[in-house]
Design a protein around this ligand. Structure first.
Ligand code: CDP
Ligand code: MG
Length: 735
C-alpha cells in the first residue's frame, strides 16, 4: 500500500522482491540443450526421451506464499452444496484477507490503483465486495475488460458465485451483445463498449464505480477511457474509479491520476522452472506439439497451457496433435485438448475451466487471452513459443496489418507465471535464452502507439473533444498517427477541412464498427443498397468463421463454398449470397449443414445484422434493396474501403495503390484461383505473416476510386501502366 496502510507494505514488498529476484535469476541462466537433430528424431519417430534430451538446469526458485493447501483440500471434501463450495472458494483467494482494508481504501479515495497477480481475485471479487458493501445502491459497478471472452466468462463465474442468473443482477455487455437487464448491478464489459456508452451517457450517471481492469494491457480503449475518466472525476465527486493491473509497474498509472494510492494484493506463487531451447525454433508449432507430447508422456500429472497466436493456428495445432495421438494408438494416456480463443462458442469456452480427473491430462491451446485475463486452475506446465498476433500500424504509410510478432519480456514472465499458481510449475520456452535477454522488448508497446487511430478520433470528435493534440493521454500517440487518422476521416468524408465532424461523420459514429465499415454503410444510402450492405458488414464482423472445412470432406466443402462465388463476384458478394440463401431457407440449420456453413456464425451475423438495421433507422437511412445491381453494391463497398485498394503486378502479386506494399490474395478467397486475375481489387484486411495476404477481396473498376474518393486518389494513381490508358471518370459524382 502506498498511502492506505503501511503495515502490509513490508510483507508485500518482501514477496515482490522475491519475484524480482526470480526474474533476475532468469536473466543469468544457462541455456538448455534442446538439439534440433534430436528434436527431428522425436517428431519423426515419436521417441519421447524428454529428460535425456534436455539438460535440466537449476530451477529458478522463488518461495510460494506459505498457505495451508491441505486445509483448503479438506474443506472441499466435506459434503457441501455447490454454492457453499463456491463461497468457500472465494475465501481462499489471495484477495480475501484484504477485503475490508480494500473497501476502506475505496471509501477514502476517489481513485485507487489495485495491483495483484493474475488469479488473486481482482476481477471476480472486487465488484462483489463493492456490491456487498452497498455501492450498487447508488449505481452500477462497471468493470471493463480488454477482451470480450474475458468479460463473458468472468460475468458467468460471478453470477454463479452470487447465485443469480447471468444477465440479471450480474451481466455483461460486449459489442453486439447486451446481456444485462434493468436489474443488473454488476456489469462486465469490454473497454471499447464503455467508451461507446460514454457517447450516449457522457457522465456515466448510471454507474457508482468504474473498475478499469487489466489496465496493464494498455489497449487503446483503456488508455482513452483513463483519459476521459480523469476528466470526469472532476465533475462527479461521487464516482469511484478503480484501476487494476497485473503487473508491478503501476506507478505510472498512479502518477497519471495525480498520485492515486496503490493497493497491493500479495500473490501466491510457487517456484517455476524455466527451460529454453538451445537453438531458435523456426517451426514453432511443430516444436510446441512435440513439447506437449513429451510433457504428456514424461512428466508428473498437471495440465498444460500452450500460447498460440490465433484461432487458425490453434485449430491446426489441435488437428495435428489429435492426429499424432491417434497415430500412437493406445500407447499414451488420454489427453484432452481444449482450445480457447475469442470466437470460440461459449459452451466450449467453459470446458477449459472444468477440472480433469487425476488420470487424464488436459492441454489448453490458448491465445494471449490466457496470459492475464483468464485463470485456468490446474495448469502446471506452460509451453511458450514466444509469439503473439498484434495489430501493427505504419503511420508513414497508413497501413494496418496483423502481424505475428515476438512477445515482450514482461509477457514472457507473465506466461511462465501461469504454471506456478497452484503448485510448482515448469515453463518451456521455445526460444533461446539469448533471444529472451537480447531480442525481446521489456514491455509491450501501448496499442495507442501502434494502431490506426481513426476509430478513436471519430469517437472523441463525436464526444466534442476537438483538441486531440492536448488531450491528456497516458502515453500520447505519435503525431503522425493522429494526422493520418484525421486524413483518413477527411477522405472518408467524416470530417470537413476544418476537422469538424460532418453529417456523414456523425452518422458513422453511431455504428460500433471500424470507420471504413461504417462509411460503407452510410454510403449504401446513395446506392440504394443498404439492405445488402448491412448484411455484408454483419458477415464481415463475424470474422473468418463462416465456412467450415472438415478434413475428410474438404472437396465437398470447397465445392459448396465455391457455389457462392459463381461469376467470380468476389468475397463480399459471396458472403451476401450465403446470408440471403440462408434467409430464404428460413434460417435453417439443415441448410447450413448442407452448405458447410457454421450455424453459430450465421446466427451471430443475423443478430449483428438486426442491430445494424436498428442503427440505420436511428441515422435515418432507409432500408433499400438492390440485390441485382452488383456494381452499386461494389461501389458502396469501395466508398468505405477505397484506402484498401490494390493493383495486379506482372508477377501475379498485387501492389497496394496508395502506399505500395506487395500482397497476395489469401488462399481462402474465392478470387484466389481465378485466372486471369482481377486487375484491381479492394480488400477488407491485410494479414502479414511471411507474406502479405489480402482477406475478403472484391474486384473493382479503377475509375471508381477517383469517382468515389477524389480527395484521396488522382488520375495518375489509377493510370494503367500497361496501356497508358486513362480510365474514363465521371468527375461529378462524389460520394
Ligand atoms: O482478476 P484476477 O486475475 O486477480 O483473478 P480472478 O479472475 O478474479 O480469478 C479468481 C479465481 O476465480 C481464479 O482462481 C479462477 O480460477 C476463478 N475463475 C473461474 O473459475 N472462472 C472464471 N471464469 C474466472 C475466474
Ligand atoms: Mg483479472
Amino acid at each position: 500500500l502506498k498511502r492506505c496502510s503501511r503495515e502490509n507494505l513490508a510483507e508485500n514488498s518482501k514477496l515482490f522482491k522475491e519475484q524480482e529476484a526470480w526474474e533476475e535469476h532468469q536473466m543469468g541462466k544457462a541455456a538448455l540443450k534442446y538439439g534440433s537433430e534430436n528434436k527431428n528424431q522425436i517428431s519423426k519417430n515419436y521417441q519421447f526421451v524428454f529428460e535425456d534430451q534436455i539438460d535440466f538446469i537449476d530451477p529458478s526458485v522463488i518461495d510460494g506464499d506459505k498457505f495451508d493447501l491441505q486445509e483448503i483440500e479438506s474443506e472441499k471434501k466435506t459434503s457441501k452444496s455447490a454454492s457453499e463450495i463456491l463461497q468457500d472458494e472465494r475465501k481462499t483467494l489471495p484477495i480475501y484477507p484484504y477485503r475490508d482494508e480494500l473497501l476502506q481504501a475505496v471509501e477514502n479515495h476517489q481513485v485507487l490503483v489495485i495491483i495483484g497477480e493474475t488469479g488473486s481475485g481482482k476481477t471476480t471479487q472486487v465488484p462483489q465486495y463493492l456490491h456487498e458493501a452497498g455501492y450498487t445502491k447508488r449505481g452500477k459497478v462497471g468493470c471493463t475488460q480488454p477482451r470480450r471472452v474475458a468479460a463473458m466468462s468472468v460475468a458467468a463465474r460471478v453470477s454463479q458465485e452470487m447465485g443469480v442468473k447471468i444477465g440479471r443482477e450480474v451481466g455483461y455487455s460486449i459489442r453486439f451483445e447486451d446481456c444485462t437487464s434493468e436489474k443488473t448491478v454488476v456489469e462486465y464489459m469490454t473497454d471499447g463498449m464503455l467508451l461507446r456508452n460514454i457517447i450516449s451517457e457522457p457522465n456515466l450517471t448510471s454507474y457508482s464505480v468504474i473498475m478499469v481492469d487489466e489496465a496493464h494491457e494498455r489497449t487503446m480503449s483503456t488508455d482513452i477511457l483513463l483519459g476521459l475518466l480523469k476528466d470526469l472525476i472532476k465533475y462527479r465527486s461521487d464516482l469511484k474509479v478503480l484501476i487494476s493491473s497485473a503487473t508491478l509497474d503501476a506507478e505510472k498509472l498512479s502518477n497519471y491520476f495525480d498520485f492515486a494510492p496503490i493497493f497491493k494484493i500479495p500473490g501466491r506463487r510457487y517456484p517455476v522452472e524455466v527451460h529454453y531451447t538451445i537453438v531458435p525454433e523456426s517451426e514453432y508449432i511443430d516444436a510446441a506439439i512435440v513439447t506437449v507430447l513429451q510433457i504428456h508422456v514424461t512428466q508428473a500429472p498437471g495440465d498444460i497451457l500452450v500460447f498460440l497466436t490465433g484461432q487458425e493456428e490453434i485449430e491446426t495445432t489441435k488437428e495435428i496433435l489429435n492426429h499424432r495421438i491417434r497415430g500412437l494408438g493406445g500407447k499414451i494416456p488420454e489427453l484432452i485438448i481444449c482450445p480457447i480463443y475469442a470466437n470460440l462458442p461459449t459452451e466450449l469456452q467453459t470446458k477449459i475451466f472444468e477440472p480433469t480427473s487425476e488420470e487424464v491430462r488436459k492441454v489448453v491451446l490458448a491465445t494471449n487471452i490466457a496470459e492475464t485475463s483468464l485463470t485456468i486452475d490446474g495448469i502446471k506446465y506452460v509451453v511458450d513459443p514466444g509469439f503473439v498476433k498484434v495489430k501493427s500500424y505504419n503511420p508513414s504509410t497508413g497501413m494496418e496489418s496483423l502481424l505475428i510478432s515476438p512477445i515482450s519480456r514482461a509477457s514472457a514472465n507473465q506466461r511462465a507465471g501461469r504454471s506456478g499458481r497452484t503448485g510448482p510449475g515448469k515453463c518451456f520456452r521455445l526460444y533461446t535464452l539469448d533471444s529472451y535477454q537480447k531480442e525481446m522488448d521489456d514491455n509491450t508497446v501501448p496499442e495507442i502507439q501502434r494502431t490506426n487511430l481513426a476509430n478513436v478520433v471519430l469517437i472523441l470528435k463525436s464526444l466534442g473533444i476537438d483538441d486531440l493534440v492536448n488531450f491528456d493521454f497516458i502515453d500520447p500517440p505519435a503525431a503522425e498517427s493522429l494526422i493520418k487518422a484525421l486524413e483518413l476521416l477527411f477522405a472518408l468524408g467524416a470530417l470537413n477541412k476544418f476537422g469538424e465532424l460532418t453529417k456523414v461523420g456523425r452518422r458513422m459514429a453511431e455504428f460500433p464498427l471500424d470507420p471504413m465499415l461504417s462509411k460503407m454503410i452510410v454510403a449504401s444510402d446513395k446506392y440504394r443498397c443498404s439492405d445488402e450492405i448491412i448484411t455484408i458488414a454483419a458477415m464481415l464482423s463475424v470474422g473468418n468463421s463462416i465456412f467450415y472445412r472438415p478434413k475428410e470432406k474438404q472437396v465437398h466443402a470447397d465445392n459448396a463454398r465455391m457455389n457462392f462465388h459463381s461469376g467470380n463476384v468476389g468475397d463480399h458478394i459471396a458472403l451476401l449470397r450465403v446470408y440471403n440463401s440462408w434467409r430464404e431457407c428460413d434460417y435453417s440449420k439443415q441448410w447450413c449443414y448442407d452448405n458447410y456453413v457454421q450455424v453459430r456464425s450465421m446466427k451471430r451475423a443475423r443478430n449483428i445484422r438486426d442491430q445494424l438495421e436498428r442503427l440505420l433507422k436511428r441515422v435515418e437511412i432507409e432500408i433499400a434493396s438492390n440485390v441485382n445491381d452488383l456494381n452499386a453494391i461494389k461501389k458502396a463497398i469501395t466508398s468505405g474501403f477505397f484506402p484498401h485498394s490494390a493493383r495486379l503486378q506482372k508477377d501475379g502479386s498485387y501492389l497496394t495503390v496508395k502506399h505500395p506494399q506487395t500482397a497476395r490474395i489469401h488462399p481462402s478467397s474465392g478470387l484466389a484461383q481465378v485466372l486471369p486475375r482481377p486487375r484491381w481489387v479492394v480488400y477488407n484486411e491485410l494479414v502479414l505473416t511471411t507474406k502479405g495476404y489480402m482477406r475478403q477481396v472484391t474486384e473493382l473498376k479503377p475509375e471508381w476510386l477517383v469517382e468515389i474518393a477524389p480527395h484521396y486518389y488522382q488520375l495518375k494513381d489509377v493510370e494503367d501502366p500497361a496501356s497508358k490508358k486513362i480510365p474514363q471518370v465521371s468527375r461529378n459524382s462524389k460520394c
